[in-house]
Design a protein around this ligand. Structure first.
Ligand code: AMP
Ligand code: MG
Length: 338
């Protein structure tokens, strides 16, 4: 199959929409990362997503909508809290898991009777969904296990020849995938995957908001979890990522100097000085900057031939938790604590 690289003009988005209507696969930019889209209601099209990614069949897909009228067509119950969250955060990087209607087949929902739904805040994504006239199932457009793509070139690196088209919308602003939540009851928000919409952002909308345990530790492959995606190794570059929890930069630098081998790199904050003799890349100081750059740097570290990469630890609070979680998962939850 030849993968078409499309621009984000209305005409070319129209070509991608025609492919989706035809049951084919088209990758597209969102404000988080690039998604690999297909008609969420078509089993054959959704199966092709799993095949192109090499994704485990029990890892459900998020379904993307472009207006609120599409929500009751795919969710059988929409609690009041969900409506208030949609009003506050959509279009935006928030996915809500709700009971699904029959038009969403089991292959899309990983066999669950719920479906994750979000309205993305990217004009090309919204146009693609509207022009396709269907809810679009879209996981990140990478091969399963590798870092999520934040440019069309990264999508091509993983998917060239496996999918029908990619819409090039430049570099994604957000950089990490959406916050995924479900409702334990009408007034309890359960964060299944952290994203740029944080626990603090959600706090005004329910009497209790909490983060799932699987965000902080490795879950056994056979464990029963609220969000199947959390148990798979994920987001990892080929280089070995080693987060170092150090009280300050000098401790970090001393540790790295003692343990550096050939091809050892560092991933530093922008405000850190250089460590002489050890090549480094930088991924920002704030959580938002780090989210924007993390997956980009993962791919650049691989391109540079990095072996071991010592990483300055992101914070664990607010939107920064999304970066912390992706890094911990890339590292298999192994951290050096000094
Ligand atoms: P990705 O498609 O790579 O962004 O991953 C989607 C994430 O959303 C995974 O971690 C899934 O486990 C989670 N997810 C999607 N749908 C559901 C659902 N119905 N219930 C729980 N988690 C879900
Ligand atoms: Mg993914």
């Amino acid at each position: 199959m030849k993968t078409k690289l499309l621009s984000d003009t209305p005409e070319e988005i129209g070509l991608a929409a025609a492919l989706i209507r035809d049951g084919r696969l088209a990758a597209f930019p969102t404000e988080t990362v690039y998604g690999l889209g297909a008609d969420a209601r078509r089993e054959d099209a959704v199966r092709a997503i799993f095949a192109a990614k090499g994704r485990p069949a029990d890892n459900p897909l998020i379904v993307h909508i472009s207006d609120m009228e599409m929500l009751p067509a795919i969710a059988s119950e929409v609690p009041e809290t969900a409506l208030r969250l949609a009003k506050a955060f959509w279009p935006g990087p928030l996915t809500m898991v709700l009971p699904k209607r029959d038009c969403i087949p089991a292959v899309t929902s990983g066999g669950l009777d719920t479906v994750g739904i979000r309205m993305p805040a990217h004009p090309a994504a919204l146009q693609l969904i509207a022009k396709s006239g269907c809810p679009i199932a879209a996981p990140s457009a990478n091969r399963s296990g590798s870092p999520s793509p934040t440019t069309a070139a990264h999508v091509m690196e993983d998917m060239d020849g496996r999918i029908d088209a990619v819409i090039d919308g430049g570099l994604c602003e957000g950089g990490v995938e959406s916050t995924v939540i479900c409702f334990d009851d009408a007034d309890t928000i359960h964060i299944l995957r952290p994203g740029l919409i944080s626990e603090e952002d959600l706090a005004p909308y329910a009497s209790r908001v909490y983060v799932d345990d699987a965000v902080f530790r490795q879950i056994a492959a056979d464990a029963k979890v609220a969000s199947p995606g959390m148990k798979y190794k994920h987001y990892a570059p080929k280089a070995r990522m080693i987060p170092v929890d150090a009280p300050d930069f000098d401790c970090f630098a001393a540790y790295v100097r003692d343990h550096a081998e050939q091809n050892t790199f560092c991933l530093l904050f922008d405000s850190d000085p250089e460590i002489e003799g050890i090549p480094s890349m930088r991924y920002g100081d704030s959580g938002r900057e780090q989210a924007h750059f993390l997956f980009l740097r993962f791919r650049e570290l691989d391109a540079a031939g990095a072996g071991k990469v010592y990483v300055r630890m992101p914070k664990k609070s607010g939107a920064d938790l999304s970066v912390h979680n992706r890094l911990m998962r890339a590292a298999g939850f192994e951290v050096i604590t000094l």
